[in-house]
Design a binder for this molecule. Structure first.
Ligand code: SF4
Length: 296
C-alpha cells in the first residue's frame, strides 16, 4: 500500500494484491471475500464481506487520483471482486478509464463461481470496457485437495472459468500453492495441478508456497497432526514435478513470490528446460529462504 494512499484512508482493513500488481494502483471495490472459507487463507478473515456502491468506489478513485493521476495500471480488490454485478462493474471501469488518461489495464481477482455467474456476453462487455485480466486462484488441480481446503470449487470449474475468460479475450492468471496437499497428497497435487493448468492454458501462472498463518484451519490441522507440511526440499520437488508436466501454449511462469523458498521463473514453453535447471540448482545449493523471511 502506498503511503499517500494510506494517508488518504481509502482502504478498509489490510489490502492484498497479486505479486505482479506491485506497481498498480489498488482500488477496493469489495471489502473481504464473499466465500472466505478456505482453510489456508488468512487475508480476509477480519472483514465482513460487502460490495462497495459505485458512488463509494468513485469517491475512492477521486481521492487516489489526487496523488496517482499518471497511473497506467489499476487492480480492483478485494477478494473475488468479479462477483460485483456487471452493471456496477461496468460503471466502475468507465469511471477509472475516464479519470486516468494513461490507464492501460485493469485487472481483478475472480473465483470460478463468479465467472460461472456471468454470461459470455457480460464477460465480452467487461473486456471491451477495459477489464483485461482476471486472477483465478486455482490453488490445486486435485479435487481432494480442493475439498480438504474448502475451496468451494472443483478442477473442472476452474477449467471452464478459464475457457470463458479466454473466450472473452481476457488474460488469465492462475495462482497455485505448493505444499497445499501436505506430504500425504503431494504427488497427486503436483500431477493434477500440471494437468489442470495444461487444460486452462493460462497466460500467466504463479506458484506460491504455503504459509501456515496463525489462526487458520490448516495451521490448526498442522498442530493436531492431521496435516503434515512440506519442507523446502519437498516444496521445490513438488514445483519440479509441476513444471515438468506443463505443456502450455504461451505463459509467463513465476515462482518468485515472497512466500517461495527460491526465486524461479521464465516463459513457457520456451524456457521449460531453464526453469527446471533453476529448480535443480536451488535444490543442489540447498540454501533456501528461511521461514522467517517468507511472507504473503
Ligand atoms: S483463497 Fe480466495 S476464495 Fe478462498 S477465502 Fe481466500 S480470498 Fe476467498
Amino acid at each position: 500500500m502506498g503511503a499517500e494512499l494510506a494517508m488518504l484512508d481509502i482502504y478498509e482493513g489490510t489490502v492484498w494484491r497479486p505479486p505482479s500488481e506491485a506497481r498498480s494502483l489498488i482500488i477496493q471495490a469489495t471489502v473481504g471475500c464473499s466465500w472466505n472459507r478456505c482453510t489456508f487463507c488468512p487475508p480476509y478473515k477480519d472483514k465482513e464481506f460487502r460490495i462497495k456502491t459505485v458512488d463509494e468506489f468513485k469517491a475512492d478513485v477521486d481521492r487516489a487520483f489526487y496523488f496517482h493521476r499518471r497511473n497506467d495500471r489499476i487492480f480492483i480488490a478485494d477478494g473475488n471482486a468479479l462477483c460485483i454485478p456487471t452493471d456496477d462493474l461496468l460503471q466502475m471501469l468507465d469511471y477509472v478509464y475516464l479519470k486516468f488518461k494513461l490507464l492501460q489495464r485493469v485487472s481483478i481477482y475472480g473465483g470460478p463461481l463468479d465467472v460461472k455467474e456471468k454470461t459470455q456476453e457480460e464477460l465480452d462487455l467487461l473486456k471491451k470496457r477495459g477489464l483485461k485480466m482476471v486472477y483465478l486462484g486455482l490453488e490445486s488441480g486435485n479435487a481432494k485437495v480442493l475439498r480438504d481446503v474448502q475451496k468451494g470449487a472443483t478442477p473442472e470449474m476452474m477449467v471452464e472459468a478459464a475457457r470463458k475468460l479466454k473466450e472473452a479475450h481476457m488474460w488469465v492468471s492462475s495462482i497455485f500453492i505448493l505444499g497445499l496437499g501436505g506430504v500425504g497428497d503431494s504427488v497427486d497435487h503436483a500431477q493434477d495441478t500440471a494437468r489442470i493448468l495444461n487444460r486452462m492454458d493460462p497466460d500467466y501462472a504463479a506458484a506460491l508456497s504455503l504459509m501456515l498463518e496463525d489462526g487458520t484451519d490448516i495451521c490448526k490441522a498442522r498442530d493436531d497432526g492431521t496435516f503434515q507440511p512440506l519442507d523446502p526440499v519437498q516444496t521445490l520437488e513438488e514445483l519440479r514435478t509441476i513444471v515438468d508436466g506443463l505443456e502450455l501454449t504461451r505463459c509467463t511462469f513465476r515462482a518468485n513470490h515472497a512466500s517461495n523458498y527460491a526465486p524461479i521463473g521464465g516463459k513457457l514453453p520456451d524456457d521449460k528446460a531453464d526453469i527446471l535447471e533453476q529448480i535443480d540448482a536451488a535444490l543442489e545449493k540447498g540454501r533456501f529462504k528461511p521461514d522467517g523471511l517468507r511472507g504473503l
